[in-house]
Design a protein around this ligand. Structure first.
Ligand SMILES: [Zn+2]
Length: 78
C-alpha cells in the first residue's frame, strides 16, 4: 500500500493541502478525501499551516480525525 509522507518532515501524512492560485484559496482535506493532487502534510504541519497574506485557508478535515493526541495538561500543584 502506498503511504504518503509529509512534505515538510517525512512522517506519514494525515492531510492534503490543495490550492487555487486564481482565487487565492487554500484547502486542507483528509488524506482519504478524493482530492489527492495536493501537498501531503502530517497532522502537525497541517495544524500549523497558515495562509499567506491575501489567501484564505479553509480546513475541511473532519473534526473526528483531528486532535487524536490531546496534550496532557501538567498537573497543577496547589
Ligand atoms: Zn510534517
Amino acid at each position: 500500500m502506498f503511504i504518503s509522507l509529509c512534505r515538510s518532515c517525512g512522517t506519514p501524512a494525515a492531510a492534503v493541502m490543495t490550492f487555487a492560485y486564481s482565487d487565492a484559496d487554500l484547502w486542507l482535506d483528509d488524506l482519504s478525501s478524493p482530492t489527492h493532487d495536493g501537498v501531503e502534510l502530517c497532522s502537525r504541519h497541517a495544524d500549523t499551516r497558515t495562509a499567506p497574506v491575501g489567501w484564505t485557508l479553509t480546513d475541511r478535515r473532519r473534526v473526528s480525525d483531528r486532535h487524536l493526541f490531546i496534550p496532557v495538561e501538567p498537573a497543577t500543584v496547589a
